[in-house]
Design a protein around this ligand. Structure first.
Ligand SMILES: NC(=O)c1ccc[n+]([C@@H]2O[C@H](COP(=O)([O-])OP(=O)(O)OC[C@H]3O[C@@H](n4cnc5c(N)ncnc54)[C@H](OP(=O)(O)O)[C@@H]3O)[C@@H](O)[C@H]2O)c1
Length: 296
């Protein structure tokens, strides 16, 4: 039997990097879409496309006839979204709604990658039935994209991802690669002790997405195994990479004037996903795999 075809948007991005490799390892015939970046993975078929070209997007689906589409393309920089609301709306909301619509027309299973930042962070341990209340443009647009996706294609799978870390080579722009690079150069790092997330390795999240996309539709939270402060995560990363922990300075969110409001605790409850077989590694274990270069 021929391998199932999976089409991944945002394949040149951080999560896309992990999705491509994980999907290949799971035996999928993998197609990756990029726009201005590049994809170095040699086992996927890679195509350039600006997703705002809906006719071309439809043609790609028509030509490839994928068994599923995972939409990981986004304007995922919260600061940029805050500064350029129109662009954020175009990429995060309109592209997502139109891609969901195309997948609905072709009856191709569709996965939308959303974010924990749809919540205001007042409560933490959020379940799928908690009411979102985004406090920044990025979160608000991702929430609107969720709602439009569910409306145009109710059988979609919507996964809210946590703050992720992963292979250093996946992107030089993530907080994680910046943190590790800086610490290796002996630069001090300021991290919040009062900001909590369900930080998770991107390989675990990618495994979860690929597993759920064959098992389920609807809304799922794909966080890590624990609620962790950014300070404790930073210390664990330094430990795993053998870096100097004294370079890490603990700060409060209140100590900094921020250009984008940051929620205090957007930790995710993952019981629903677990009951469908989601099984992420603990962050310390995934950090050790990355540091030992035994990753992906
Ligand atoms: N990283 C995290 O910790 C995190 C946390 C929660 C949720 N998420 C979600 O996970 C998904 C992936 O995020 P990420 O961190 O991997 O983002 P990223 O590294 O910034 O990558 C964004 C991707 O979107 C693509 N893209 C942007 N505009 C496009 C356009 N007009 N046409 C085609 N492609 C376009 C980019 O392509 P080019 O670079 O080729 O232009 C890139 O591949 C997003 O939905 C994000 O909201 C991420």
């Amino acid at each position: 039997m021929a391998a199932k075809k999976i089409l991944i948007t945002g394949a040149s991005g951080f999560l896309g990097y992990h999705l491509l490799r994980t999907a290949h390892a799971r035996g999928f015939d993998v197609y990756g879409l990029y726009n201005s970046g590049k994809i170095s993975f040699e086992y996927s078929t890679n195509l350039q496309l600006d997703l705002r070209n809906y006719i071309d997007m439809g043609n790609v689906i028509d030509d490839i006839e994928p068994d599923a589409v995972i939409h990981a393309a986004a304007l995922a920089d919260a600061t940029l979204c805050q500064k350029n609301k129109e662009l954020s709306y175009e990429i995060n909301v309109e592209v997502t709604r139109n891609l969901a619509g195309i997948c609905s027309d072709y009856q191709v299973p569709f996965v939308f990658t959303s974010t924990d930042l749809v919540f205001d962070g007042e409560k933490g341990n959020y379940t799928e039935s908690d009411i979102p209340n985004p406090i920044m443009v990025y979160g608000a647009h991702k929430l609107e994209a969720e709602q439009k996706t569910a409306k145009v294609y109710p059988e979609s799978l919507i996964v809210r991802c946590p703050l992720m870390f992963g292979a250093i080579e996946a992107s030089d722009k993530t907080y994680f690669s910046t943190f590790i690079r800086g610490m290796r150069e002996g630069k001090p790092a300021n991290v919040f002790h009062d900001e909590y997330r369900s930080i998770c390795g991107a390989r675990s999240v990618s495994e979860g997405i690929l597993h759920l996309c064959e098992e389920a539709t609807g809304l799922f939270h794909l966080g890590g195994t624990a609620r962790v402060s950014r300070y404790d995560f930073g210390m664990a990363a330094a430990e795993a990479f053998g870096l100097d922990k004294t370079l890490i300075h603990s700060l409060s969110q209140k100590d900094i004037q921020m250009s984008v409001p940051r929620p205090a605790d957007v930790s995710l409850n993952i019981q629903k996903a677990r009951s469908f077989g989601y099984s992420p590694l603990g962050y310390q274990e995934e950090l050790r795999h990355i540091a030992a270069a035994k990753y992906l």
